[in-house]
Design a protein around this ligand. Structure first.
Ligand SMILES: NC(=O)C1=CN([C@@H]2O[C@H](COP(=O)(O)OP(=O)(O)OC[C@H]3O[C@@H](n4cnc5c(N)ncnc54)[C@H](OP(=O)(O)O)[C@@H]3O)[C@@H](O)[C@H]2O)C=CC1
Ligand SMILES: O=C(O)C(=O)[C@@H](O)[C@H](O)C(=O)CO
Length: 283
């Protein structure tokens, strides 16, 4: 049965579902089939990126589903190598061509790349692409407060979303507090630490105890934690039953103290790939 996902209001008047489907590695015919099982399970938000080389896959799933376009929320992301203003505008158009869409619901700057230092003009390009009607909501990924302060100061326009690495081993308390103060919606990437059964996350005793208590899977406990942190998690799964499992999180509630137990699994250097946006650059 299809799950009804609550919606979240963004600062620009648009809305997004409270959970989306990550799409890294979902490509080609198998990828389209996985996206269709995801849509059948109830997902409406699909998170792609130019660099995932699957905008075409996402567009094909949009074409093949019985769901009307206005019920879907499609995201893509601007790669670092196209952050210069005119290249960024062309790249948004190219993303639309690849997916054969008239508009993206959400388009994000993928990484700030602060050493290259072109993210302000990339942001100006997304503002222009939004004015042209190519994008509904504009936002960023992996922006630290200093990067957000700068784009808001230089353009006067606030991102609707900052999509950041967020999971029990890296709870991003300060970054989330900054987002709350500025009314920027948090999205969690790698919400399940990009892991599988048998990994450190799935072997964690405290999470297993909570899963036993609520008669839920460990992944559902972690995804419920994201939801109660007010962050939109975008777990990736290509598997129909895990896709369903990851949406069945709206019929129980973690207590405050249990939220804290999960948050306290965080470590000082808990980033999965050690990609610190202060220095990491991706093109
Ligand atoms: N903006 C950015 O810089 C970034 C954005 N992203 C986005 O975030 C999305 C999610 O992050 P991602 O890195 O993919 O990692 P996730 O934390 O979503 O983990 C995905 C892994 O978990 C497995 N999995 C999913 N559900 C379950 C479950 N219920 N039980 C057991 N295993 C499960 C999947 O396997 P299986 O498919 O076999 O189910 C897959 O191996 C990406 O797909 C992408 O869209 C990711 C990284 C960076
Ligand atoms: O997947 C993404 O969106 C990325 O930005 C990658 O850099 C990701 O963090 C990764 O694949 C790391 O190995």
């Amino acid at each position: 049965m299809e799950v009804k996902i609550p919606t979240i209001n963004l600062n620009d008047g648009h809305v997004l579902p409270a959970v989306g489907l990550g799409t890294v590695q979902l490509k080609g015919e198998a990828g389209v089939n996985s996206l269709l099982t995801g849509l059948n399970a109830g997902y409406r938000l699909l998170d792609s990126a130019y660099n995932y080389e699957n905008e075409g896959t996402v567009g094909e799933a949009v074409k093949r589903t019985h769901l009307p376009r206005e019920q879907l929320y499609i995201t893509s992301k601007l790669p670092g190598r196209y952050q210069a203003y005119s290249k960024a505008l062309t790249t948004v158009e190219e993303s639309l061509f690849r997916a054969d869409l008239d508009y993206y619901d959400l388009y994000l700057i993928h990484w700030p790349n602060p050493i290259t230092d072109q993210y302000v003009e990339a942001w100006q390009a997304l503002i222009e692409a939004q004015k042209r009607g190519n994008i509904r909501s504009i936002g960023v990924c992996n922006f630290l407060p200093e990067h957000l302060d700068r784009i808001m100061k230089e353009t006067g326009i606030k991102p609707a979303i900052n999509q950041i690495e967020l999971h029990p081993f890296f709870n991003q308390e300060n970054q989330r507090e900054y987002h709350k103060q500025h009314n920027i919606q948090t999205q969690s990437w790698s919400p399940l630490v990009r892991s599988k059964e048998g990994s450190e996350l799935f072997e964690n005793k405290q999470l297993q105890e909570l899963a036993n208590k609520y008669q839920k899977s460990l992944a559902q406990i972690v995804l419920r934690w994201h939801y109660q942190l007010d962050s939109i998690a975008i777990p990736k799964s290509g598997n129909a039953s895990r896709q369903k499992e990851n949406l069945s999180i709206f019929n129980f509630e973690l207590q405050e103290q249990e939220m804290e137990i999960i948050s306290s699994l965080t470590r000082e250097n808990g980033r999965l790939h050690k990609q610190d946006p202060a220095t990491y650059e991706e093109f």
